[in-house]
Design a protein around this ligand. Structure first.
Ligand code: PA5
Length: 447
């Protein structure tokens, strides 16, 4: 079996000053040992799985009794689930699908919510509310509306149509689980949203859609276990692909490459681009530093943003996701105009490989440092490996930047201002700021 590979050939390493980052392998190995030991990095240690996987096994028959799952969550509580759904249960977007159906409500979209309320059959629907903090208004707000909807339609049986995935001890949803007697699964301590897809957060919807949770988590373990090893030393860390990626990302930023394209040439895995973008951006955008993630999908975006990648500002690097083992698709007919004769008798799937190669070469020729992530098979085990690799690479990139990659303090201000606007108690400073902002002389133009 061929291996999953990182191809560094076109990474531009020869032109980069990465010694200062490589030199920190021993220090970071020590930090990994300390933080794994003190339970700060559950996404690497994954010890929570010993309780979770059997628990999921017990829940499976109940979950499978529903036709529809409506998942309420946002950010890290939704993006991983969607990436897995689109990659491994894409039927819902294709003709002829007979269920199951997973609906992910990860926005404040009144029209979407109205349509769920109007069309989902409550008796065949389970509402899964996912929030690590248990207090995110976009998610909890939808929960309040769905709770009433379930109650109205199902009476006392409504509780059997709800599942809460939240912190093990704290927050409103945890209290709700206890007060109402609703099924609940924990999100382990220190497992922030964007690092949590392989906990109940992503595994519950994955299970509902019939995915192999063991393959996903075993794949992740394969990559994460060496980093969670209590004997990890600098040399071993230095050779780990997650560290190599972190060194590369830092050397790139140092050299002025402050945008990171995530170009997926495995169409069903396109939504891993959105998942990666949140992981990279929320983790690394700190104190004026970071690199802006740009998800892109081959071949679609060759006809969209690729011109900018190729001939815009020279500030972009690229992670390029491919796999040689994709479906071949139907064969082009023999009867073709001469101008298209070059595809005669070939499989439709050959196009994506040829176009991926062309784009990869063109990016390299344009001076875009590029690492190819080549999956031998784009299956669930490989997805687990990819999730762990990119999570670990992001964490280590942040550590090398000397920022905290597991918090996101800057996003709090907007949330506080929105709450102040809605009249939440306290927040007097924010209310004063709102008055000043809204009271400012407007500079408006009709168009
Ligand atoms: O990655 C993160 O930590 C965030 O994007 C969260 O997932 C998001 O804000 C939702 O938070 P919660 O799960 O607490 O509702």
């Amino acid at each position: 079996m061929t291996a999953d590979l990182l191809d560094w050939t076109n990474a531009g390493l020869a032109d980069m000053d990465d010694a200062q980052y490589r030199a920190r392998a021993t220090e970071l190995a020590q930090r990994l040992r300390d933080e794994v030991h003190t339970g700060k990095l559950p996404f690497l240690r994954m010890d929570y799985l010993s309780a979770l996987l059997p628990e999921l096994g017990r829940l499976e028959p109940w979950l499978r009794g529903f036709d529809h799952m409506l998942l309420l969550g946002i950010g890290g509580s939704a993006l991983g689930a969607r990436a897995l759904q689109k990659a491994f249960a894409p039927g819902q977007d294709r003709p002829g699908h007979q269920g199951p159906w997973l609906w992910i409500a990860d926005n404040v979209d009144p029209a979407d919510l109205e349509s769920y309320l109007a069309w989902l059959p409550a008796e065949k629907t389970v509402v899964v509310t996912v929030s690590k903090s248990g207090g995110t208004i976009e998610t909890v707000g939808q929960y309040f509306i769905l709770r009433e909807w379930l109650r109205d339609r199902l009476g006392k049986a409504w509780k059997d149509h709800a599942l809460l995935v939240t912190d093990a001890t704290r927050g409103f949803l945890r209290e709700e689980a206890a007060n109402q007697g609703i099924r609940a699964l924990p999100v382990p301590d220190n497992l922030g949203g964007r690092y949590s897809v392989l906990s109940a957060v992503g595994l519950v919807p994955a299970l509902f859609l019939g995915m192999d949770c063991r393959a996903l988590t075993e794949g992740a373990r394969e990559v994460a276990a060496p980093l969670a090893d209590m004997d990890l030393h600098g040399e071993a860390l230095a050779a780990h692909p997650a560290f190599e990626l972190a060194v590369w990302a830092n050397a790139l930023m140092y050299a002025g490459f402050d945008e990171m394209i995530f170009f997926t040439y495995i169409p069903p895995m396109a939504w891993f681009g959105d998942w990666f973008a949140q992981l990279w951006a929320e983790s690394l955008g700190k104190r004026g530093k970071g690199s802006q993630p740009i998800p892109a999908v081959g071949v679609t975006d060759q006809h969209s943003v690729n011109q900018m990648f190729l001939d815009g500002p020279r500030n972009k690097a690229c992670l390029f996701l491919t796999s040689p083992a994709q479906p071949r698709g139907p064969r082009f007919p023999n009867e073709l105009p001469d101008a298209f004769g070059y595809v005669r008798g070939k499989d439709f799937g050959e196009l994506i490989h040829a176009e991926g190669l062309g784009t990869r070469m063109a990016l390299s020729a344009s001076g875009v440092p590029l690492v190819e992530l080549r999956l031998s098979r784009p299956d669930q085990r490989a997805a687990g490996k990819l999730i762990a690799l990119l999570g670990a690479a992001t964490l280590l990139t942040g550590w090398l930047m000397d920022i905290n990659p597991v918090d996101q303090p800057a996003v709090e201000l907007g949330k506080r201002l929105a709450k102040a606007r809605l009249g939440a108690d306290g927040l007097e400073k924010e209310k004063a700021e709102l008055d000043a902002f809204l009271g400012a002389q407007r500079n408006e133009q009709e168009f």
